[in-house]
Design a protein around this ligand. Sequence first.
Ligand code: S0N
Length: 273
Amino acid sequence: MTTRNWTTIKEYEDIKFEFFEGIAKITINRPEVYNAFRPQTNFDMLNAMDICRERSDIGVVVLTGTGDKAFCSGGDQNVKGVGGYVDEHGVPRLNVLDLHKAIRSLPKPVIAMVNGYAIGGGHVLHVVCDLTIASDNAKFGQTGPKVGSFDAGFGSNYLARHVGQKKAREIWFLCKQYTAKEAEDMGMVNTVVPLERLEDETVEWCKTIMMRSPMAIRMIKRGLNAELDGQRGLMEFAGDATMMYYLMEEAQEGKNAFLEKRDPEFQKFPKFP
Ligand code: S0N
C-alpha cells in the first residue's frame, strides 16, 4: 500500500477527517465497537459533510472505518434506548438518517471504502454512498429483524434498486452475511480488491473522477437521485439548473436591465432547437 500524507482537516471525537490531493476521507474511529455509530458519530460526520460541501478544493469524499475488521457495524447497541440511540443529554435520536440525506445531497461523489464488516446501519451507509469499493475480507448484511430494528427507507428500497426486489427481501428477511464477491455479483459493490490495495484503488477511482467535469458529475448524481427522491430530488436537480442559468449571460441580462432601469434585451439570445 502506498503511504499517503493525509492531513487532518478538523479534529472530532468519533471520526477522523483528512484531506489528500482533492480527496476528503471520513473515517469512523470507534474500532472497539467495530465502528458502530452513536449520535455523536453522526453529528461529527454531518459537520464534516458540510465542510466537504463548502470547500471547492474537495472533489470526492471517501467514507471508511478504522482498522481492518469493520467499515461500520451500524447503530451502537450500547446506547440504544427507547425511541432511538441516546445521546449524552439522554435524547433518543436516529440522526443517521440526516447523514443519509447529506450523502445524497452532496453535489460530489461519496465512495464507501469498505474494509471489513458493513453490517446493519453500516450496510445501509454503503448502500447510500454513490460507489462502493470493497476489500476481499469485507462482509455485507442486514441484521435489523434479528436485533430489533429495520430501515424501510434507503436501506431497503434503494438497496432493491441495486440488487432487485427478491434479493433485497432475502437480505432483510434472512439477515445472512455475504462475501464481497457475492455483494459484487449482486450489483451492490462496484469492485473488490485485496485489503492491502483498498486505499490505492479507491484513490485511483477518486483521481479518475476528479479528471472529469465536476458539473457533469454533479448533474448525473442529481439526475440519478431525482428518479427516486420525488419532489426533493426534483428540487435539488432544479436548483442546480437555476445555478447554471445564473452562470449564463441571458440571466445576467435580466438582472442588469433591472439595475440599469431599462427593458431587458432577451431577444438577442439564441433559442436552440
Ligand atoms: C459485526 C459482527 C458481525 C462482527 O462479529 P464478530 O467478528 O464475531 O465480532 P464481535 O465480537 O461480535 O464484535 C467485536 C466487538 O465489537 C462490538 N460490536 C460490534 N458491533 C457492535 C454494535 N453495533 N454496537 C455495539 N458494539 C458492537 C462487540 O460487542 C464486540 O465488543 P467486545 O469485544 O467488547 O465484546 C457482530 O459484531 C455484529 O453482528 N454486530 C452487531 C450488528 C448490529 O446488529 N448492528 C446494529 C443494527 N441496527 C442498526 O444499525 C440500527 C439501524 C438504524 O439505526 C436505522 C434505523 C432506521 C433507519 C435507518 C437506520 C440506519 O442505520 O440506517
